[in-house]
Design a protein around this ligand. Structure first.
Ligand code: THU
Length: 127
C-alpha cells in the first residue's frame, strides 16, 4: 500500500479522537506484512494517566485480529506537523516490528517523512 494512502486513513481516524483535555487529536494506521490495515485514534480519560495513544490503539486492533507483524505505521495529527510516536509507543511498535523492519510515516508541509523504529528507538528492549 502507498504510504500517502496510509496517512489518509490515519487522518480519517484522527476525526474519531476523544481528546477533550489536551485537545490534541491523533490518528494512526498500521500496515501489516500480510497487507492488512488497522486504524486507531487517541482516547483520553478524566483520570489523565489512562490516556491511550492512537498508535497503541491501532496496534491493539492488529493484535486482536491476530496480525502481529507490523511493517509500517502512519501517524497524523491536525494539531502538529510530523507528529512522532511517544516513547511508550516506540517500545510497543518495537515489539511488533516485522523482520523487514517497521517504517514510521508522518506528514507535514514538505510532504511525507519516513523513518524507522530502529532509528527512533535504537537498541530497543526485548526479552
Ligand atoms: N498522543 C498520541 O496519541 N500519540 C502520540 O504519539 C503522542 C501523544 C496523544 C495522547 C494525548 O491524548 C494527546 O496526544 C496529548 O498528549
Amino acid at each position: 500500500m502507498d504510504y500517502q494512502e496510509l496517512i489518509n486513513k490515519a487522518e480519517e481516524a484522527s476525526k474519531n479522537s476523544y481528546s477533550p483535555y489536551s485537545k490534541f487529536a491523533v490518528g494512526a494506521c498500521v500496515l501489516t506484512v500480510d497487507g492488512n490495515i488497522y486504524t486507531g485514534c487517541n482516547f483520553e480519560n478524566s483520570s489523565f494517566g489512562l490516556t491511550i495513544c492512537a498508535e497503541r490503539n491501532a496496534v491493539g486492533s492488529a493484535i486482536a485480529a491476530g496480525d502481529k507483524k507490523i511493517r509500517a505505521i502512519a501517524i497524523y495529527s491536525p494539531n502538529s506537523e510530523y507528529c512522532q510516536p511517544c516513547g511508550a509507543c516506540r517500545q510497543v511498535l518495537y515489539e511488533f516490528r516485522s523482520e523487514d523492519g517497521l517504517d514510521i510515516v508522518t506528514v507535514g508541509k514538505y510532504g511525507l517523512k519516513v523513518t524507522t523504529i530502529n532509528e527512533l528507538l535504537p537498541e530497543g528492549f526485548k526479552l
